[in-house]
Design a protein around this ligand. Structure first.
Ligand code: EPS
Length: 395
């Protein structure tokens, strides 16, 4: 990140989550209600476990916002864990309860458990699993919603939809979709229990999740995140770490359980000749300018040379099946080395719908950062002036 920075803290069953974002200009209008609406979107999804019935995430604004507007200072947020009440002793900072709580000693394959205890020299896997938990993503969605609100003032919209659960797929050719098509898919996703815009496919996905739940295994999936309304030239070809595709891939891979990230049709185009998959350039319509240059397709996912090219930015991400599942998996006890079944606690069967909302948050943070890198100013008015002057110069 070049102009924005953010960090989170908090354990899954601790008191709550804290987050700080720094670099948001002054005079951006934002309310707790706006952030809470985004938090509610993350909590939905067929296949979530019992925890989501306990939590109902709302944010407390601790600093940086006064009378509904940012002041340019760091913005700190807090989200309470309602489940904390059941974990006060197990997660206490006080050593008094240490001997009354059983340690977790059977690492789950696919989880941070085993490398974590070895690296951090811990005898209780809880000291690893509490922080590696995807509970932390609630705060990323809260911070990302501030970036989303910022981008809205420049008519940039970020959305997402789920395209698979396990082996049930929704086939969508994103290279042929325009901004309106993508926004329609997002709207369809927002009213689906799995953020899948196709009702028939959603039913098949739900059926697969029911079967997985009965049989005790977990499921992964895929989702697509997009941004519309972007000006040409966010990111840069000048240096590897300024490339927008690199920054997006980094951010998406930083979401728990994400194992692959694709920009546009990044995977499929490797199998095709260039003539079929390079997005040809058509002249602007009569009376329009270079800003309105048209492309035949969008295989590149809106990014060429690490810069936005004014087509929608498209990122596809793949999530592995959640490591906590009822069906026994081979493991060892960390104290004895003896074979055991991996630990099982209450868990989600599939969290792909939530992951797609988290993807939106990460995309908002990365794009807001790139936007501020190009048009940065200390107040919203200054950023607006810088942005308008660039747009006018292209037109
Ligand atoms: C998670 C395990 C489950 C999930 C949790 C992430 O929680 P618990 O262990 O309390 O049942 O529900 O996700 C959230 C709490 C959330 O807010 O998304 C894990 O181990 O990563």
């Amino acid at each position: 990140m070049f102009r924005l920075s953010f960090t989170t803290s908090g354990e899954s069953h601790g008191r709550g989550l804290t987050g700080i974002i720094d670099g948001i200009p002054a005079n951006l209008s934002i309310s707790a209600e706006y952030i809470n609406n985004q938090l509610a979107r993350r909590q939905k999804g067929y296949g979530r476990g019992g925890r989501m019935k306990i939590e109902s995430d709302t944010v407390e604004i601790m600093s940086g916002i006064r009378w509904g507007k940012t002041m340019g200072s760091p913005i700190a947020l807090f989200i309470k864990n309602r489940d904390w009440i059941n974990w006060e002793k197990a997660m206490s900072s006080d050593s008094a309860f240490k001997d009354s709580i059983e340690p977790v000693t059977k690492p789950r394959p696919g989880h941070a458990d085993l490398p974590g205890i070895i690296k951090y020299n811990q005898g209780d896997i809880r000291n690893i699993l509490e922080r590696s938990s995807a509970r932390e993503t609630a705060m990323r969605v809260a911070l990302g919603s501030i970036a989303r609100r910022f981008l809205e003032d420049f008519n940039i919209f970020i959305g997402s939809f789920v395209t698979s659960v396990g082996n049930i797929n929704l086939d969508i050719d994103t290279s042929r979709l325009n901004e309106d098509d993508l926004i329609e898919l997002h709207k369809g996703a927002d009213v689906s229990e799995l953020r899948c815009p196709d009702k028939g496919v959603t039913e098949k996905m739900k059926h697969l999740i029911d079967t997985a739940k009965e049989e005790g295994y977990s499921l992964g999936g895929r989702f697509t995140t997009f941004a519309t309304g972007l000006p040409v030239g966010l990111g840069s070809h000048i240096q590897w770490n300024r490339r927008l595709d690199a920054r997006l891939a980094y951010a998406f891979m930083g979401i728990q359980a994400i194992k692959a990230v694709e920009i546009g049709d990044g995977v499929a185009i490797s199998e095709k000749p260039g003539i079929e998959v390079l997005d040809e350039i058509l002249p602007p319509e009569k009376g329009k300018t270079l800003f309105d240059v048209r492309r035949t397709t969008n295989h590149a996912g809106g990014i060429e040379g690490g810069m936005t090219n004014s087509m929608p930015v498209i990122v596809k991400a793949t999530m592995k099946p959640i490591p906590t599942q009822r069906k026994s998996l081979k493991s060892i006890d960390i104290n004895t080395g003896e074979p055991v079944e991996a630990a099982y606690e209450r868990s989600d069967v599939c969290a792909i719908a939530a992951a797609s909302v988290i993807g939106e948050a990460m995309m908002a943070l990365v794009i807001a950062d790139a936007f501020l890198e190009k048009f940065g100013g200390d107040s919203m008015e200054e950023v607006q002036r810088n942005y308008s002057s660039y747009i006018d110069s292209i037109r």
